[in-house]
Design a protein around this ligand. Structure first.
Ligand SMILES: Cc1cc2nc3c(=O)[nH]c(=O)nc-3n(C[C@H](O)[C@H](O)[C@H](O)COP(=O)(O)OP(=O)(O)OC[C@H]3O[C@@H](n4cnc5c(N)ncnc54)[C@H](O)[C@@H]3O)c2cc1C
Length: 307
């Protein structure tokens, strides 16, 4: 099968890129290996995406998919294994089911939040466990929340959550933060934040929602319980960059795809990238914005091929 544009990843970035490419009258396919909608399907409510009001992640994903398909893009439920450049404007995209040809590619494979790797962590995603304070902190108004991690994201999140929640704990496995001193100082001056140093979370417990954490002090080995309504896990994100690596695009030292911010083009002409995989602020609005730029650039790239 031949397409003008193939988009890898059917999250907000991929679906938006599909919408715009199809609207440019390009033959467009969006390849998604899992649940169409990407990470937004993991969250109960989205309250910060303009124009939708408070909406479930599944509903927003369904609406994005519908609009993209109605515009003329095809959503293909296949895992992309490899991208190969055969020449200018000539790419092969290999999946488990076959090889597709296209003139340009948009990589929108997203990022996976690093997990703690403990018992019941997965069971409570969207039920008190969150990886995104900007998105979910308002759900914990006047409640007790723990933030796990010691880098900038964890510290920024704790400061943001402390304005909303009744009590905020930071649980960090070391005795000093990795994040900036400026943030650490703000944390130390904030009466609503308590830091539990040298502490690991070994288990998350609750009936249907998060109710408590089992903690272990790494120095004394003392085990204790902490009652919480929510847990924000900030132990880093991993960009899903295997395809990008395979085709040879440049990555940052943290593994995000390097792009020209004006066009979203990667180091390989004809290959564009958008969304969490580029490592900007990890939000739907940002992913959507980058996808609009990427698909417009892909359209121009194809037009230039025809000259
Ligand atoms: C629990 C949670 C709550 C959140 N809440 C909010 C919120 O309220 N507001 C907000 O703005 N942001 C929120 N976010 C962040 C937001 O979901 C992301 O910023 C956004 O989804 C990024 O979109 P994306 O398309 O770049 O990546 P993703 O959503 O990660 O989508 C990438 C897609 O690519 C697919 N894929 C990867 N590799 C392949 C391959 N080889 N072949 C085929 N498919 C592939 C993946 O399966 C995935 O579906 C939340 C995130 C989480 C985890």
């Amino acid at each position: 099968m031949k397409y003008d544009v193939i988009i890898v990843g059917g999250g907000p970035a991929g679906l938006t890129a599909g919408l715009y490419s199809a609207r440019h009258k390009l033959k467009t396919a969006v390849f998604e290996e899992g649940v169409v909608g990407g990470q937004i399907t993991l969250t109960t409510y989205i309250e910060n995406y303009p124009g939708t009001g408070s909406l479930s992640g599944m509903e927003l994903a369904a609406r994005m998919k519908k609009q993209t398909e109605e515009m003329g893009a095809t959503v293909v439920k296949e895992h992309v294994i490899e991208i190969k450049k055969r020449g200018e404007g000539k790419f092969n995209v290999k999946t488990e089911r076959g090889t597709y040809e296209c003139k340009t590619i948009i990589i929108a494979t997203g990022a996976a939040h690093r997990k703690l790797g403990i018992k019941s962590e997965d069971d409570f995603v969207g039920k008190g466990v969150s990886f995104c304070s900007t998105c979910d902190a308002p759900l914990f108004q006047d409640k007790t929340v723990a933030v796990i991690g010691g880098g900038n994201s964890a510290l920024e999140s704790a400061l943001y959550i402390a304005d909303i929640a009744k009590e905020t704990y930071i649980i960090h496995r070391r005795n000093e933060f990795r994040g900036e001193e400026y943030l650490a100082e703000k944390i130390s001056k904030n009466a609503k934040i308590e830091v539990l140093w040298d502490t690991l979370v070994t288990e998350i417990k609750g009936k249907t929602m998060v109710e408590k954490l089992i903690l272990k002090n790494v120095k004394t080995c003392k085990v204790s319980e902490l009652k919480v309504d929510g847990v924000f896990i900030y132990v880093g994100v991993t960009p899903l960059n295997q395809l990008a690596k395979g085709v040879g695009v440049e990555l940052s030292d943290k593994g995000f795809i390097e792009v020209d911010w004006d066009t979203q083009q990667t180091s390989i002409p004809g290959v564009f990238a958008a969304g969490d995989v580029t490592g900007r602020l990890l939000q739907i609005g940002v992913a959507v914005g980058e996808a609009i730029i990427a698909s417009t650039s892909a359209y121009k790239y194809i037009k230039n091929l025809q000259k």
